[in-house]
Design a protein around this ligand. Structure first.
Ligand SMILES: [Zn+2]
Ligand SMILES: [Zn+2]
Length: 304
């Protein structure tokens, strides 16, 4: 089947609303699209409805940042949302608390800014560093958003002092598995480990129930892809692939991927609901008691 198993909508940090993303996927000839927003289930219901209307099979997904390394990301697929809701709530609380820590950190450096200003910029969506960066630019502390990151928000000191809560990889894997879903290790190239350390990590994750490895990814070289395919074979993992599409304005040069992939095993998930088709999953989402739907309908607003 033609699939893209790694995409982001405006429910996390992507450019397009979930329904718009599904429409773009159909134009691209994609038959199976996984929406894998960071730490949130908020975009899934809209994406699933759009999928039903447009004839695109939408696979509910999530991308969880694990605590061990900066870019250790676990993709989850086809889970029962109720199983992920408590973890998503904790992650959202962690992001909210980090917002105040970011302000405190900058004020200690003598910069004048308030949480209210940053909240206003975020417009009701979870506060992220780009929102703070925009305030710093407006206040004249930086020339541009990238300049604000370089000077203040992406320094070693910032990372040491302003950490946010993340679960460890095993907890992420177990949360998805508890919901009957499948997991894949995202963009192994970005974790920044040498081949031996990466193999050791993959072995450990496989022992904890990892199902697949994201071997196909836009920035992987043919050599890297071949190495990851070998790792997948050694540890009996399935192969997944995706674009990590965020929209042209967020990640220029990355378009939706139309990859020929065997996705049958990912689709045959066990969420404990009859059929587990899109209509079932929408019903489950509606019954999910999740404060992670707080922002329902409003998404991260991007600077024009
Ligand atoms: Zn990622
Ligand atoms: Zn991603």
């Amino acid at each position: 089947m033609i699939a893209d198993l790694h995409t982001h909508s405006a429910a996390s940090d992507g450019q397009y609303a979930p329904a718009e993303l599904v429409r773009l996927a159909r134009e691209r000839g994609i038959e199976v699209l996984a929406l894998t927003d960071h730490d949130t289930l908020d975009g899934l219901e809209e994406a699933l409805r759009a999928g039903e209307a447009l004839g695109v099979r939408v696979l509910p997904g999530i991308e969880l940042g694990a605590a061990e390394y900066d870019h250790l990301h676990i993709l989850g697929y086809g889970f029962a949302p109720a199983a992920l809701a408590p973890l998503c709530r904790k992650l959202k609380d962690g992001r909210d608390r980090r917002a105040q820590r970011m302000i405190d950190f900058l004020r200690q450096k003598g910069l004048e800014l308030t949480l209210e200003e940053v909240e206003e910029t975020a417009g009701g969506t979870p506060i992220a560093r780009p929102h703070v960066a925009q305030v710093l630019v407006r206040r004249g502390y930086a020339d541009s958003v990238p300049d604000a990151f370089r000077r203040y928000l992406d320094t070693g000191e910032f990372r040491r002092e302003v950490r946010r809560f993340k679960a460890d990889a095993r907890t992420c894997l177990e949360a998805v598995k508890a919901g009957g879903g499948k997991t894949s290790l995202a963009h192994p190239c970005q974790i920044g480990l040498d081949p031996r350390a990466l193999e050791e990590l993959v072995g450990r994750l496989a022992a904890w129930g990892l199902d697949a490895l994201e071997c196909r990814y836009p920035t992987h070289t043919p050599e890297q892809e071949a190495f990851y395919l070998r790792l997948a074979e050694t540890y009996r993992l399935h192969v997944t692939g995706g674009s990590d599409f965020h929209g042209e304005r967020v990640k220029p040069g990355v378009r939706l991927a139309a990859l020929q992939m065997d996705v049958d095993r990912l689709l045959e998930t066990d969420t404990g609901f009859p059929g587990s088709g899109q209509a079932d999953i929408i019903a489950i989402l509606k019954n999910t008691d999740s404060s992670s739907t707080d922002t329902g309908g409003t998404y991260l607003r991007l600077p024009p």
